[in-house]
Design a protein around this ligand. Structure first.
Ligand SMILES: Cc1cc2nc3c(=O)[nH]c(=O)nc-3n(C[C@H](O)[C@H](O)[C@H](O)COP(=O)(O)O)c2cc1C
Length: 667
């Protein structure tokens, strides 16, 4: 059993026996048919996680009533959906796992999705009170769809009548029975994250004066009625898990102090376990804590519930180290831990943790690309969720590496994530691989990012994993070696994979060559120092992050960007970073191109006018340009030549690792 004794002890939820304390958190996959039916695209994804050794899989949320239908979720409002659900339950069981399905009603959040599904005009979103949802960010200017979503977020919902509450209560109970009929072992009621039930729990969203509003007990009444009606339908033996937000981190919103008062009510109403998450739509960054949050960011909420609960408690939220997970159980903070993104990155997390193979776990970097609908719209919509570090997510059956039948001599040039991933996979398949790196350090741009204050913890883990992969696969790495045309000619490889990455871009404006102008990367690496008063040029990830870092060091910081702030930044990361910049007093100048640099500052165009920002240092964080030179020189020097990652076009690591995997399976 290794050192993690507690984590791999059997556990129990109601009458359901579980082989260990590791639960898979519910995660929408985007993989279902147009009517919300589950199709054969989904079972293998869940089966792979069951084979990975997880004790219980809580499948993604599904919609309990037609009125709440939305495009990103499967449905269970009718018996016609049972066969699809059964396919998933069967696959999980065959793979040795146990399974629950989550149930949701969107309430006022339906406004977000309405433009994307055809609903008759008379369906108005329902909410405890006629209040629109909290908006999470200013109006975007990226795409028409997003603007539509944003505007619809302002629609005033209809206050639910007592008849509505009864109808929806029955809807939950009947949907739970369908989950049971489909062969699942348990059901989870979604009472968190700002959906209908959590709107009733929230003092901000629920302003009712009847028995469903006011005191914490009154606000919990609807949830309790749903639990009781579900219990009646599914019988005494079928476990019911309730997911709630232990806090929404909004002033005047759901607080852990109130939640602990409501716990006995949920228990009395029939809950068999409590799954303690966090957030509302206005604080959604707490739902999926990004690299900007510490490990176990939500565990204190579960621990507070555990102190008063008689039933098992599940802790969730950026739990990734097996030893950390073990400690949660051992120290009595929770009875189970749930893993979300860690299981997207590596379905074998539980088996590897149980066997003590901690370094073999492919680590989630908490970049939230799994969720980055904005930046990766095509991937997300075409293929469901995706993962930066695991290109085989949701392609579990299709994307398998086979040992090669004709081993080749392969040169991989550039040891960023793309080159490292390609070299390892090629070597594992039996090719004779050599990896070349011009610098004295592995990792390329990722190495620089992993030196950033905010990313160090999470990004370094990927580098450690990739380095270990090279060692295990026995790939020789030639450091400090610049690959030239001659070197390739002499080596006579059968294939070359060019992964030379990108270099930081600069601006073509007067003053750009001045001593007061530095690249953000050089500041991160400590090669250049920024003065006490700084203007950062660039408003994407790097610009926002370096501004945050410099402001944390006590400098006076302004940020100017020619586009909107946070363009292409994942929306949860954006929310956290923007709040941090505002809290630290960073002056923000969106839609303000830089036009001229002087010794003592920078001119920008702001509000159609020239505007001078005094500063000692101008820090450039304006993206990168591809290193294409080598590719152009050697494209005809070997039978097969490929280029992957940033040297094709600078994008994020998801593309680098995906392309590496594709090429490495092809050669
Ligand atoms: C892609 C994705 C989809 C999610 N969908 C749901 C969902 O349908 N229902 C839900 O309650 N939580 C959902 N979550 C939240 C997760 O269940 C989990 O609470 C969160 O990711 C934090 O856990 P982690 O840090 O281990 O990923 C989702 C998270 C992700 C990343």
């Amino acid at each position: 059993m290794g050192k993690l004794r507690k984590l791999f002890e059997p556990g129990r939820i109601g009458r359901m026996e579980l082989k260990n304390r590791v639960v898979m958190a519910p995660m929408g996959t985007g993989r279902h048919g147009p009517e919300g039916e589950l199709t054969d695209r989904l079972p293998e994804y869940y089966a792979a996680r069951a084979r990975g050794g997880v004790g219980l899989i809580i499948c993604q949320s599904s919609i309990i009533l037609w009125e709440s239908r939305a495009p990103f979720r499967p449905c269970i409002y009718d018996d016609k959906f049972i066969p699809g659900f059964k396919m998933v339950a069967d696959a999980i069981h065959e793979a040795g796992g146990k399974a629950a399905f989550q149930l949701v009603h969107h309430g006022r959040l339906l406004t977000d999705y309405q433009s994307l599904v055809s609903h008759p005009e008379d369906i108005k979103p329902i909410a405890p009170s006629a209040l629109s949802r909290l908006l999470t960010k200013e109006a975007p200017s990226q795409s028409k769809e997003e603007v539509v979503l944003w505007v619809r977020g302002n629609i005033i919902p209809r206050q639910a009548s007592v008849e509505d509450i009864r109808r929806i209560t029955q809807g939950f109970a009947e949907a739970a029975l369908r989950v049971k009929k489909a062969g699942f072992d348990a059901v989870e009621i979604h009472g968190g994250h700002g959906y209908l039930l959590s709107q009733f729990l929230s003092p901000l969203a629920n302003r009712r004066t009847d028995e469903y509003g006011g005191s914490p007990a009154n606000r919990a009444r609807f949830v309790c009625e749903v639990l009781a009606a579900t219990r009646q339908k599914v019988g005494p033996d079928f476990p019911i898990i309730l997911r709630i937000s232990g806090s929404d981190f909004l002033p005047g919103g759901i607080s852990i102090e109130e939640v602990v008062q409501q716990v006995p009510l949920f228990e009395d109403a029939g809950a068999d376990a409590l799954d303690i998450s966090a957030s509302e739509q206005g604080s959604i960054d707490w739902q999926y804590p990004s690299f900007l949050f510490p490990q176990g960011a939500l565990v204190p909420l579960a621990a507070a519930v555990k102190r008063v609960a008689k039933i098992p408690v599940i802790a969730v939220g950026k739990i990734y180290q097996p030893a950390f997970a073990e400690d949660i159980i051992k120290s009595g903070k929770a009875d189970f831990i749930a893993l979300g993104r860690a299981l997207l990155a590596d379905p074998q997390w539980p088996n590897k943790a149980r066997e003590g193979r901690f370094d073999d776990i492919r680590p989630c970097v908490y970049c939230l690309n799994c969720f980055n609908i904005t930046a990766h719209r095509s991937y997300v919509l075409a293929e469901g969720i995706s993962c930066s570090v695991n290109p085989r997510l949701q392609h579990e059956k299709l994307f398998v590496s086979h040992p090669t039948t004709s081993p080749k001599k392969v040169m991989v040039v550039g040891a960023g994530p793309a080159g490292m991933e390609a070299a390892r996979t090629l070597a594992e398949r039996g090719h004779k691989v050599e990896l070349y790196e011009q610098k004295d350090v592995l990792g390329g741009q990722w190495h620089i990012a992993s030196q950033q204050a905010q990313k160090k913890e999470d990004y370094s883990r990927l580098l450690t994993y990739l380095k270990r992969g090279l060692e295990k696969a026995g790939v020789p790495v030639k450091m400090n070696t610049t690959v030239t045309k001659e070197l390739v000619k002499n080596a006579k490889p059968d294939a070359v994979v060019v992964a030379t990455g990108a270099v930081p871009s600069t601006l073509d404006i007067p003053g750009i060559t001045g001593e007061n102008v530095v690249q953000a990367n050089d500041v991160i690496l400590g090669k250049k120092k920024a003065g006490q008063s700084v203007v950062v040029v660039g408003g994407r990830y790097l610009g926002m992050e370096i501004a945050d870092q410099l402001a944390s060091e006590g400098k006076k910081v302004s940020l100017a960007t020619r586009r909107e702030l946070g363009r292409a930044v994942e929306r949860n990361v954006y929310l956290t970073l923007r709040n941090r910049l505002v809290e630290k007093g960073v002056f923000l100048y969106p839609h303000s191109p830089a036009v001229e640099i002087k010794d003592n500052g920078l001119y920008i165009v702001f509000n159609n006018d020239l505007f001078f920002l005094p500063a000692d240092t101008i820090v450039l964080a304006i993206g990168a340009k591809p290193e294409k030179e080598l590719m152009e020189q050697i494209r005809n020097l070997a039978p097969e030549v490929y280029s992957i990652g940033d040297c094709v076009a600078p994008r994020d690591v998801m593309y680098a690792i995906r392309e590496a995997d594709e090429v490495a399976r092809k050669i």
